[in-house]
Design a protein around this ligand. Sequence first.
Ligand code: AGP
Length: 615
Amino acid sequence: MCGIVGYVGGQSALDVVVAGLKRLEYRGYDSAGVAVLADGGLAAAKKSGKLVHLEKELAERPLAAGSVGIGHTRWATHGGPTDANAHPHLDNAGRVAVVHNGIIENFAALREELAERGHELLSETDTEVVAHLLAEEFSSVGDLAEAMRLVCRRLDGAFTLVAVHADQPDVVVGARRNSPLVVGVGEGENFLASDVSAFIAHTRSAIELGQDQVVELTREGVVVTDFEGAPADVRAFHVDWDASAAEKGGYDHFMLKEIVEQPKAVADTLLGRIDASGRLTLDEVRIPDAVLREADKVVIVACGTAFHAGLIAKYAIEHWTRIPCEVELASEFRYRDPILGQRTLVVAISQSGETMDTLMALRHAREQGAKVLAVCNTNGSTIPRESDAVLYTHAGPEVAVASTKAFLTQLVACYLLALYLGQVRGTKWGDEIRAVVRELARSGEEVERVLETMEPVRALARSLAHKDTILFLGRHVGYPVALEGALKLKELAYMHAEGFAAGELKHGPIALIEEDLPVVVVVPSPKGRSVLHDKIVSNIQEIRARGARTIVIAEEGDDAVVPFADHLVRVPATPTLLQPLVSTVPLQVFACELATARGNEVDQPRNLAKSVTVE
Ligand code: AGP
């Protein structure tokens, strides 16, 4: 989605803003622009395409030097990715510049109103109306922050806005509703950005902005109010990601770096949540134990990979707590008129914390009286802020659009939540919880072991780069893993890939099996639920008998699969419910390598954005 950067301080605004936008490229975009205040005026440049096009424009037509400025990378919603539609947008006098992330739902009426008052709108965007409205309000109140408050009160929809005015050259003003904006607090300089990645090279002191707030930045300080002008409470926090963490660290792609960061991400997500006696101490789950004890249903809402994490969490929650657990696609959830109440615990899983489908689902749940717990990787983001409690994953910045380490840490967080519910409700004894916690504590090392044996998986991926279809099968918790493996291949290799519950084969999908069709099969532990193991071995025989090329993910020591596996990928033996922590990793590596072999852009696949902040 769109990336936003604002700066006021002593450095070159252009340098700070463009460098910040580069850090936000992972959000996906198709045009970019900047505006700088200098010499009593305002100068702007914007270009469709990637930042390199804007930098070329700036080299050919440099802007006046200034130390106050804003910038934007746009993911087109209203109006195509053209120069005219790129942000920033200016008023007709060229005195106001504004950048925006989100959708202004009442922009059409506002456009008509402005045109009737003689404004000439030059783009197809919803955003441009804000530049003209700010110019009007500023001319009557003479203060950009107040003008912003007046304008925000007229806007419907989701927006993060950041603006400057040539007549107030030492100020940057921002506003947010349903869309991300964080403040970076420096020494004699201050920053605004869509997320902390844009300014962590300068400061790690940040302030998260809340719903319907306006922020005014000067070199001296930060003032936050609500849309009515009343002072607003905000939470300052320390960004514990250092600048290098958001760099590629020597890997060709962020995704590769993030795959190998998984052991640490898993370990970090466990840190501080288990006391010396093995009891869970989830202090940030600020929902009273009594409420958790009374919960009669858990509903998980999420999208994409986070949804697959929810499907796995369901098995753990129901097995360890005996509470019914539903898992819902967030985009479908509120439209099916779900049955929710005071005793429903809704779990919103989101890496970015900004996915609009998930945000709207949790809003609906809260309106119905449910308690909402967020499982999120991004401190200061909207979903945890609008939830009753949050269980943060500690995967660190996940820059690649294809989610990997965030997924594994979502699993860890959900396992912890399920155990915590069991602990609070007394459905799991202390020693049982400690046994699972010990296994969880080893999972980082197990993932490390898997990563050390991935070369045959990479070679296999390269050998299949010419294929146009690959199927994925699994049973029990292996079924969501099959779905996740298919999603990775779809979004990275642009290949048709589909995940099935292996037991469903005979109900239709087996008709897809043909000679040399690659089929990945995630085999459950032969020890835990061995009946499932035997059934999936039969499934492997069925597809192989019909010509499939079988790629089998199975535990070390599982010899029953050997006669039927054309390619065998070994993972460490783990307890049944925890197996996704190790069986997912080969599928991530497989998809990444196959995409690379196809020459695809791995970190920013076509058509995709890291955080989908529109419904
Ligand atoms: C997965 O690789 C994709 N990036 C996508 O499915 C993602 O998981 C989904 O959009 C949810 O994002 P979130 O976790 O930030 O809410």
